[in-house]
Design a protein around this ligand. Structure first.
Ligand SMILES: Nc1nc2c(ncn2[C@@H]2O[C@H](COP(=O)(O)OP(=O)(O)OP(=O)(O)O)[C@@H](O)[C@H]2O)c(=O)[nH]1
Ligand SMILES: [Mg+2]
Length: 332
């Protein structure tokens, strides 16, 4: 493992791929890898790309990667698909779409899919981000298809979250998913070549107006329970709406400018530590949850779990008492 970790820090693609496979398949490997690599992380700009199926996320990721390569920045790409039970070859379509990137040594692409457990996937994704960060990729693009909790999880891992929408999916304010304003640092209207793009842009701008009113300290809108550190109100980021046509590259240079502006905003901001604390708290909660569930599997027989579930369903026991039984078994 030590040798492998050294090679990863040297940026060797084959070592990186091997370590990622280990981490995907074993929580212990993830723990060992992250513990060793953590001191070497914190350099990368992690950019989340999320949005509904077919909005053009992969096409856009492809274009963004090419744009960052033109700036001479190595780029790591993680495509996460929580709805797919397969790993590796599952996102073959994405690979095809990103094929102009193949052969570029400055690009590392990895697809990840569900292991039948969303929490596990988030944990693995967080570990893979750290591996690429420690391996020296200054830009890491993480694509997730908008699937509820997964996209929120990615938003808490990314410094900059792009929410991708496309025209023609019904442009009423109500049809945009609730919650996207909370996670978006930039709203991208892709397929700007399609009829109705203007209307989508206007709807989103209106929604931003209604949602936020005048400029609000961004990420101050993350749930209050997460923000133990007061966010300083004089630092503001107003979420821009950026049109793009990913298939021909239109709007991409402007989008890269916006992304870089957001990065500078984060770094110059006195809120940096407060935001890092929000991210760290979320990550630790996720790990704790995963660990508790793992411990439950080890300490409590499936029969007993089933019996308690049945008792609650049959109204023979209340859920609090059932959980108290489980919890008592967890502590040694
Ligand atoms: N007209 C038009 N089509 C686009 C544009 N960007 C992407 N597409 C097309 O939209 C389709 C879906 O693109 P993808 O990049 O696979 O979209 P995605 O959001 O990654 O899709 P999933 O990963 O399946 O959720 C493809 O056929 C693209 O060629 C665009 O700017 N304009
Ligand atoms: Mg895709």
């Amino acid at each position: 493992m030590d040798d492998l970790l050294r090679q990863v820090r040297d940026g060797r693609p084959r070592a990186i791929a091997r370590l990622i496979s280990l981490v995907e398949n074993s929580e212990t490997a993830a723990e060992t890898a992250v513990t060793a690599l953590y001191p070497h992380t914190g350099q990368a700009h992690v950019i989340g790309i999320t949005g509904p199926p077919g909005a053009g996320k992969s096409t856009l990721v492809n274009e963004l990667a090419k744009a960052f390569r033109r700036l001479d920045q190595p780029v790591g790409i993680i495509a996460v698909d929580p709805s797919s039970p397969f790993t590796g070859g599952a996102l073959l379509g994405d690979r095809v779409r990103m094929r102009d990137l193949a052969g570029d040594r400055g690009i590392f692409i990895r697809s990840m899919a569900s292991r039948g457990n969303l929490g596990g996937l988030a944990e693995a994704t967080a570990a893979v981000i750290k591996i690429l960060d420690a391996a020296g990729y200054p830009v890491i693009l993480v694509e997730t298809v908008g699937a509820g909790q997964a996209e929120v999880d990615i938003a808490t891992m990314a410094h900059t979250t792009l929410v991708i929408e496309a025209p023609g999916m019904g442009d009423d304010i109500q049809t945009f998913k609730a919650g996207i304003l909370e996670i978006a640092d930039v709203l991208v209207v892709n397929k700007a070549d399609r009829p109705g793009a203007d209307r989508t842009i206007k709807s989103l701008e209106l929604m931003l107006h209604l949602g936020a009113g005048p400029a609000v300290g961004h990420h101050g809108r993350l749930p209050a329970e997460a923000a133990s550190e007061p966010l300083i109100a004089d630092e503001v980021w107003s979420v821009p709406v950026q049109p793009t046509t990913a298939v021909n590259g239109e709007g991409i240079p402007e989008l890269v400018d916006v992304i870089q502006r957001h990065w500078r905003y984060l770094q110059s901001s006195s809120n940096w530590l407060a935001k890092e604390k929000i991210r760290s708290r979320r990550e630790m909660e996720r790990l704790l949850q995963a660990r508790l569930l793992r411990q439950l599997r080890v300490s409590v027989s499936l029969d007993l779990q089933e019996a308690l579930i049945t008792a609650v369903a049959a109204r023979e026991m209340d859920p609090y008492t059932a959980v108290a039984h489980l919890f008592a078994k967890l502590s040694p």
